[in-house]
Structure formats: C-alpha cells, structure tokens
Design a protein around this ligand. Structure first.
Ligand code: FES
Length: 105
C-alpha cells in the first residue's frame, strides 16, 4: 500500500496508507478529515475534490471531459492541481503522493 501525505482542511498533515487498485477517493472517504464522495465515484458530485501536489500531476491519467467540466464550475478550482479523487487510481508509483483536501462548497 503506497503511503501518501494528506493535508486536511484545517492544515493538519497526516501520513496514510492508500488502498492500491482503488481510486484515491476510496482511501480519503474513510478518513474523518477526508472527502464526502456523495456520488460514490460517479464523477458527478465534486465532493471528492482535492489538490494534487505538482510533482505527481503529470504522472496521473489525464482528465476526461466530464471531470474537467465539473471542476471548472467550482470556486475552489485550481487549473494546476485540482482533481476529482474518484478519478485518480492508486498505483504503486504514487507512493509519497501529497494531496490536500479542497474546501467544501
Ligand atoms: S465521488 Fe462524486 S465526483 Fe468523485
């Protein structure tokens, strides 16, 4: 299980073992300070919005159109960094990933 670093909405930093083979959202929604993921990973609610730290951004699968459309409607959208964590698969290469939980909207 790749270890990742999660920054919560209060700025707290946590080291977490991410569940390999599932989406990043699956790990984050199990944390008290994680994401709500209301739609369960259907790419329709944006409550799993996170910011991925720069070094890992380009190694992730590219955004699909619906993910980009949903993100761009958010006030908290960042052109570099914003992703829906339900669309980010956890693979061994993500070890060390730094992710920040985006503000609730
Ligand atoms: S869990 Fe709803 S968009 Fe990701």
């Amino acid at each position: 299980m790749p270890e990742i670093t999660v920054t919560d909405r209060d700025g707290g930093v946590h080291r977490v073992n991410a569940r390999e083979g599932a989406s990043l959202m699956e790990t984050l929604r199990e944390l008290d300070y994680g994401v709500a993921a209301i739609c369960g990973g259907m790419c329709s609610c944006a409550t799993c919005h996170v910011y991925i730290a720069e070094p890992w951004l380009d190694g992730l699968p590219p955004m699909q159109g619906d993910e980009r459309e949903i993100l761009q409607e958010l006030e908290s959208f960042r052109p570099r960094g914003s992703r829906l964590s339900c669309q980010v698969p956890v693979v061994a290469g993500l070890a060390g990933l730094e992710v920040e939980i985006a503000p609730e909207e």
